[in-house]
Design a protein around this ligand. Structure first.
Ligand code: PBG
Length: 329
């Protein structure tokens, strides 16, 4: 057809490129992860996540107000738990006055309209650093799901809008959904980490929360018996379909950039919103390369976020949210 059709006409100026652009990023796309610590007046940078912080509740309130002002509408909460409060069953996770429960209330107090999602998993509360109860080297499935259901109710009671189970136990979405219904939390949603891979990209997050699996006898050194093998594709669809059938309102693929083939496939398979978690290691890589002067931070960040959305993400959980806001909105 050349020269009748010349694709470069649609690229000839910034204006025509803007006009025909298929994918754009807005504050509505972001779920902003926040790390909370005990104490007062604390805002400490996470060494392997430059310009990202653990905050005490007073700073959390300030942060949430600022995020709302910037146009963001949803946060995802994680807490760092003191070692002496950790045990094998994650008892502290159920404390009605625990850090997570107080964090939920703090966010709602500072900014009632901000949507609050909470991480539901045992690892920050586990003395072994696992997402489930460990017995004789095994991660117990059904017993763990029961604790996750109790945890979800506790978060709902504190005011969480959505719970986000990130553990990968089988059947936990149904267990959580039924428990929420039984307790009358019909409108508390579930965002399931449905295709969560056993990934080496979670390293900086585990530094942030001090939640890595511990190196002692009879405790698995990795999470490969519950998180997915990164070599697998069909399994991701099966996992996600099951979570939708069990009552997940939103599903998630995690990590992000190396898994965009999975994102697209899942987007084509299910009709619930699909979230993508651009994880801590992805963030750290861009920050480190930019610090060395090897990559243009802002350009690479925008390219990655756009690629994640182009692949099919309706929601992006990303530590770059504020960096993107600075440039875009
Ligand atoms: C806990 C959880 C993890 C992440 C989110 N929730 C770590 C893990 O599974 O080991 C990782 C997020 C990130 O790396 O940014 N279940």
């Amino acid at each position: 057809m050349f020269p009748l059709i010349r694709n470069r006409r649609l690229r000839a100026s910034e204006s025509i490129r803007r006009l025909v652009r298929e994918t754009t990023i807005t504050p509505d796309d972001f779920l902003v992860p926040l790390f909370v610590v005990e104490g007062k007046g604390i805002k400490e940078e996470i060494p392997s996540m430059p310009n990202y912080y653990r905050m005490s509740l007073d700073y959390l309130e300030k942060e949430v107000k600022e995020l709302w002002e910037m146009g963001f509408c949803a946060v995802l909460l994680f807490v760092k738990v003191a070692d002496e409060l950790k045990d094998n069953t994650g008892k502290e996770a159920l404390n009605p006055d625990g850090l997570m429960q107080r964090s939920i209330k703090a966010v709602k107090n500072a900014c009632p309209q901000m949507l609050v999602m909470t991480d539901v998993a045992l690892d920050p509360f586990s003395s072994y650093g696992h997402d489930g109860i460990v017995v004789e080297g095994e991660i117990l499935n059904d017993e763990t799901s029961e604790v996750l259901a109790e945890m979800s109710i506790s978060h709902a009671q504190a005011g969480a809008d959505f719970v986000a189970p990130s553990d990968m136990m089988d059947g936990r979405i149904l267990t959580i959904r039924e428990a929420l219904e039984d307790e009358g939390f019909h409108n508390t949603g579930i965002m399931s980490y449905s295709a969560k891979y056993a990934s080496a990209y979670y390293g900086p997050f585990r530094d942030a929360l001090d939640s890595a699996p511990v190196d002692i006898a009879d405790v698995p050194k990795d999470k490969k018996t519950y998180q997915m093998d990164y070599a697998n594709r069909f399994e991701a669809i099966r996992e996600t379909q099951m979570d939708v059938d069990e009552g997940a309102d939103i599903v998630m693929v995690k990590p992000g950039l190396p898994y965009l083939d999975i994102v697209r496939e899942i987007k084509n398979e299910v009709d619930v919103p699909v979230a993508v978690y651009q994880v801590s290691g992805e963030y750290a890589m861009v920050k480190a390369a930019a610090e060395k002067g090897w990559l243009d931070h802002d350009a690479v960040m925008l390219e990655q976020l756009t690629a994640i959305k182009r692949a099919g993400a309706n929601i992006i959980a990303s530590y770059f949210a504020k960096d993107a806001a600075r440039l875009l909105f």
